[in-house]
Design a protein around this ligand. Structure first.
Ligand SMILES: *[C@@H]1O[C@H](CO)[C@@H](O)[C@H](O)[C@H]1NC(C)=O
Ligand SMILES: *[C@@H]1O[C@H](CO)[C@@H](O)[C@H](O)[C@H]1NC(C)=O
Ligand SMILES: *[C@@H]1O[C@H](CO)[C@@H](O)[C@H](O)[C@H]1NC(C)=O
Ligand SMILES: *[C@@H]1O[C@H](CO)[C@@H](O)[C@H](O)[C@H]1NC(C)=O
Ligand SMILES: *[C@@H]1O[C@H](CO)[C@@H](O)[C@H](O)[C@H]1NC(C)=O
Length: 511
């Protein structure tokens, strides 16, 4: 084979620019909206039947120190919270705290969800606190790089402590009011860590789909994606994962063979795929559609695993195997774009970098620039595809995903391993010494790989892990629905039993 110097350069560039992608960010945003709509509808139904009083919810702001750990910094940051007193049996009823994460929160967070159902049963005061630097809890210059140094899980936990103090004074609470924290995904980790670090404030914690272990190269994410695509109980099959694999091999071959113009047309890209980094963006976008489908499955994504696998395994006699897989992937993308109401697939790397560099504060939805900062500074979580178990393309490398840390935030790639090691030492990784923390995970959700999946050996943490068969990310947190699988119902019952037991024991202790 005769490779010209340009071609060599081209190949080198091809494997070095990308990062976990824009499609995934759009999917996250989409799921966030769907959840909001579902919960809102539930709340409205309850209001109509006289079971809920939305007018009782208060939305307020407190002002937190910008830096809890340096009193020389005198600036403050606004922090939004919601209170629902409707179910509270004052003065001694418990307090249920819903922890916000990398997106705006809303009044829905104290009106709907499994924690709200439990609050109703136990007469709890319901609180939800937005995470600093997300939603409306941010200063106008909050997205400037130097301001982002005040965005960390440690500052967020200190905010929660200050909030506990504030609410305790305002409602004249005492040690008789038992606090339980709730959170899912990153806030699930915060829920576990809050209880772990401040056990005198928080009596028990539920941590749903919580990736408590930071990890730079999260290659096992895509290993689980492959396994979940094979899982028959959710509509997967071996054929499905094989077909995904073949389709990506065909796209890769088209790009490397110089057929990027055709590939661009085939996959409805918004711009031609001229630059090598745009081609990597295409691969990332295609992978994101499949990763997002697995991660969210029935939890509000545009497609389910069953739908994806039906499309990817629909045989047509006329075509060759490989060609066929490529064509099925085209069909999948078409359906994805239709459901998302997108005219084309965004693959401009430059545009993507500009979006993440934008420091104009928007107060709704997911805070992508901020969250990207937190992956660089604390958690990693880069969903790479260099491992043989990954069903996509080897073009999605760790190097390509972490390129943006120095570019956007001046965080050097060489500093990442020690940052992540620190996070795990500080919080205990997936071997935390925490009691009365319940870790809940779904086994098709790739994030479960970084959570606590086994019961402990000591008497106190013998029953700390719930692993739900066949559910995706944070499924347990929603209010119950008639189509919920039996495993999910059972898991919610177990969570309810734990919370009830904690409250009972706390009441005894406080007699
Ligand atoms: C590139 O496209 C041409 C024409 O459609 C086709 O014959 C060829 O097989 C393609 N090459 C690759 C590597 O896909
Ligand atoms: C399967 O393929 C056939 C023929 O190509 C098509 O008519 C049918 O709609 C496809 N079904 C799905 C679910 O994609
Ligand atoms: C930055 O984001 C804001 C708000 O979304 C938008 O109005 C503005 O055009 C963006 N700026 C650039 C340079 O893209
Ligand atoms: C932990 O123990 C409880 C009680 O025996 C059990 O129901 C649960 O399934 C166990 N969790 C795991 C992950 O094995
Ligand atoms: C959900 O749970 C409540 C009690 O917590 C029950 O009354 C209701 O019937 C359940 N709804 C469904 C759809 O299972």
């Amino acid at each position: 084979m005769n490779l010209s110097p340009t071609r060599c350069l081209y190949l080198l560039l091809l494997v070095s620019f990308a990062y976990s992608g824009r499609v995934m960010r759009k999917l996250k945003e989409h799921v966030h909206r769907v959840h909001y709509q579902r919960a809102k509808q539930h709340v409205l139904m309850r209001a109509v039947s006289g079971n809920s009083h939305m007018n009782d919810v208060k939305e307020e702001l407190i002002h937190q120190p910008l830096d809890h750990f340096d009193s020389q910094v005198t600036e403050t940051i606004p922090q939004r919270f919601f209170v629902n007193e409707e179910h509270w049996e004052a003065p001694n009823g418990p307090v249920f705290l819903f922890i916000g994460g990398e997106a705006a929160i809303s009044m829905i967070n104290v009106l709907a969800g499994h924690h709200v159902d439990m609050a109703e049963e136990h007469g709890a005061l319901l609180l939800a606190l937005e995470h600093r630097f997300y939603g409306e809890s941010i200063n106008p210059d909050g997205l400037d790089t130097e301001q982002l140094s005040y965005l960390s899980s440690q500052q967020a936990l200190a905010d929660l402590v200050a909030f506990h103090h504030y609410i305790s004074q305002r409602y004249d609470l005492s040690h008789k009011n038992t606090w339980i924290s709730f959170g899912g995904s990153y806030p699930g980790s915060l829920s576990a860590w809050l209880r772990g670090q401040f056990p005198h404030l928080i009596y028990g914690a539920v941590a749903s789909s919580a990736p408590v272990k930071a990890k730079l190269d999260f290659s096992t994410y895509n290993k689980v994606v492959g396994e979940s695509l094979m899982e028959e109980s959710v509509g997967g099959s071996e054929k499905c994962v094989d077909s995904v694999w073949e389709a990506f091999a065909a796209v890769e071959a088209a790009l490397l063979g110089g057929n990027e113009t055709e590939a661009g047309k085939d996959f409805f890209t918004c711009e031609p795929l001229d630059e090598p980094e745009d081609q990597t963006e295409l691969i990332q976008g295609l992978a994101d559609i499949i990763m997002g489908t697995v991660q969210y499955n029935l939890e509000g994504g545009p497609l389910t695993i069953a739908e994806l696998c039906t499309i990817m395994t629909n045989k047509s006699e006329a075509l060759e195997e490989e060609e066929e897989a490529y064509d099925r992937l085209i069909k999948l993308v078409k359906i994805y774009l239709t459901v998302m109401e997108e005219p084309c697939l965004e693959t401009s790397h430059q545009k993507s970098v500009l979006e993440l560099s934008n420091t104009t504060v928007t107060q709704a939805g997911v805070g992508e620039r901020q969250w990207f900062y937190q992956t660089c500074s604390e958690f990693g979580y880069y969903q790479t595809c260099e491992d043989a178990s990954c069903p996509f393309s080897r073009m999605l490398t760790l190097q390509s995903q972490t390129d943006l840390c120095p570019l956007l935030f001046g965080v050097s790639q060489s500093s990442l391993p020690s940052r992540i090691a620190f996070t795990n030492k500080y919080y205990g990784g997936d071997h935390p010494q925490t009691h009365r923390v319940l870790y809940v995970n779904g086994d098709i959700d790739p994030w479960h790989e970084l959570s606590v999946l086994h019961n402990g050996t000591s008497r106190e943490d013998r029953e700390r892990a719930i692993v739900i068969d066949g559910t995706a990310h944070c499924a347990d947190m929603s209010h119950n629905q008639s189509e919920d699988p039996a495993t999910l119902r059972e898991a919610r019952r177990e969570i309810e039993n734990h919370v009830a037991k904690w409250l009972k024991v706390a009441a005894w202790e406080h007699l």
